[in-house]
Design a protein around this ligand. Structure first.
Ligand code: ZN
Length: 162
């Protein structure tokens, strides 16, 4: 089922999310979020973006170039960041319009639970690392706009499509 995507400045996008409980409801939410992400189209979507304030995000960073490889991250934790700090363009489905320049770590060590309840742990690099840091921020109520300086933020806010 396609879910409506909340748009900034909806206050729910700025709230920290509660731990997710892995049950059938959460599995359905993850499936709906993937469907919504592909339709948007986007490469990542966090639960608060569809109004559910739980620590869950979905991601597929390569589907636009080939086959789908959906990933679901339940209760992700950032264990470490490493490598250079890179500044690159990021869009957000909740902030249509501006592409913002956000600084991120080159690599992120993430721990999470998958939909089968298996604990996972991996270093993500490349675009996956950037996307995961972006989606993880959503779980703490942090948007790309919050990572900009005052001037860049004002420009980005002015560029948000009504
Ligand atoms: Zn976003």
């Amino acid at each position: 089922m396609l879910l409506p995507i909340l748009r900034w400045p909806d206050p729910r996008l700025s709230q920290p999310c509660a731990p997710a409980v892995l049950d059938d409801d959460l599995r359905q939410l993850a499936a709906d979020m993937l469907e919504t992400m592909y339709a948007a189209p986007g490469r990542g979507l966090a639960a608060p973006q569809v109004g559910r304030l739980v620590r869950l995000f979905v991601m597929d960073v390569t589907w636009k170039e080939g086959a789908r490889s959906p990933q679901v991250f339940v209760n992700p934790e950032v264990l470490a960041l490493s490598g250079a700090r890179l500044t690159g363009p990021e869009g957000c489905l909740s902030i249509p319009g501006p592409v913002t320049e956000v600084e991120r770590a080159e690599a992120v060590h993430l721990r999470w639970t998958d939909l089968e309840g298996t604990r996972k742990d991996a270093w993500l690099t490349g675009f996956a690392a950037i996307c995961a840091q972006h989606e993880y921020d959503h779980l703490d109520g942090i948007l790309t706009l919050d990572r900009l300086g005052a001037e860049a933020r004002a420009l980005a806010e002015a560029a948000v499509q009504a």
